[in-house]
Ligand binder design. Structure first.
Ligand code: GYE
Length: 342
């Protein structure tokens, strides 16, 4: 923990500076007018953490934020400065600079996209502030710019989707059939979009009878998912499978298909493969309108808190920490659905 006197002053001054620096770019839940409060919290020797969250684009994202806010609570010994970057990398960079000027103890962030982080992370490194990546990954030549990453193996998630489709088609005697596939991708250039695409494509290319007609970004949102699916419906006469890289886009895609009289799922015209496994989607798996949902676990808060405590105790931490995940189908979903917290 840093020198308290210096830290108290910086907490108060930094909060005012941060608010000024980042006014209008994203939103802070703690604002400069609380400098007396922050000074008090600093006196309580809380671990001060700056968190730049991508946004609030999906149910998954909301659950991820809640998990981290729950774990990094004052009761657990933390003072969390939360910033919502509203999907913009430049807002994340500004927020991280704000955290640096505030001299927080740790910076955590979920990078909207893989590229473009070297400069600001070098600034954090020069300031001696450890950086923890959550959820998504970054592409940097020097991996000392961040201490550790906690998240999902997106490529494995994509592979699980492809392997499920192989099995499903085989079970239904369609392994030799020409299968037309359209893909709704997440945010272009995000490690999750790249990983899920790479993973699914690695399986698809083993099947010459699988035809990926088109892969387009739909930004992980329901509205964009519906818009892109409508484009696909207008463009392609025969769609057999929709691969949607998150549940929010899936909800929009199914709305679009229903409006065009196209049924989905177990007994439907179109097979639907989704990712995230939020409760609302699992209910659709149980109903049979979504065929399979590949889990992406947003509950990363406890992992972050444990890693920070290890770092505080000068204990070693792994560079990568992959969270556990399942694949949900109509056959197994009933066993888990009531345990879902998001
Ligand atoms: O799949 C989606 C969210 O980065 C794993 O981002 C996360 C993805 C998730 O918007 O719902």
């Amino acid at each position: 923990m840093k020198n308290k006197g210096w830290k108290k002053f910086l907490m108060a001054a930094g909060c005012i500076a941060v608010a000024a620096l980042t006014a209008g770019c994203g939103s802070f839940q703690h604002v400069a007018t609380q400098s007396a409060k922050e000074t008090k919290e600093a006196e309580e020797d809380l671990i001060v953490v700056g968190f730049s969250q991508i946004g609030s684009e999906s149910v998954w994202r909301t659950a991820n934020s809640a998990s981290i806010q729950r774990a990094l609570s004052r009761e657990n010994g933390f003072f969390l400065e939360f910033n919502n970057a509203r999907q913009k990398q430049e807002n994340q960079i500004k927020a991280i600079r704000g955290f640096i000027s505030q001299r927080v103890d740790y910076i955590i962030f979920s990078p909207a996209t893989e590229e473009g982080w070297e400069t600001v992370l070098q600034e954090a490194k020069d300031a001696g502030i450890p950086v923890i990546l959550v959820d998504r990954k970054i592409s940097v030549s020097d991996d000392s710019l961040y201490t550790t990453w906690i998240g999902s193996d997106a490529k494995a998630e994509g592979e699980k989707a492809g392997i499920w489709l192989e099995t499903y088609l085989g079970k239904n005697g369609r392994q030799e059939e020409d299968i037309n596939i359209v893909v709704l991708q997440g945010t272009p250039g995000s490690s999750v979009q790249l990983g899920r695409t790479l993973g699914f494509d690695s399986i698809a290319k083993q099947h010459p009878n699988w035809h990926i007609l088109e892969e387009k970004p739909a930004d992980f949102t329901t509205a964009k998912g519906k818009e892109v699916m409508e484009q696909y419906i207008r463009k392609y006469q025969e769609i057999d499978v929709v691969v949607s890289q998150n549940d929010d886009m899936t909800f929009g895609a199914i709305q679009a298909m229903e409006e065009h009289g196209i049924t989905t799922g177990v007994d439907g015209d179109v097979i639907v493969i989704s990712f995230d496994a939020v409760r609302e989607a699992l209910e659709m798996v149980a109903e049979g309108t979504i065929n399979v949902d590949v889990e992406c676990n947003p509950e990363q808060g406890e992992y972050v808190a444990e890693i920070i405590r290890k770092l505080e105790n000068k204990e070693p931490v792994d560079k990568e920490n992959v969270v556990e995940e399942k694949v949900f189908t109509p056959e197994n979903v009933a066993e888990y659905i009531d345990m879902r917290t998001y």
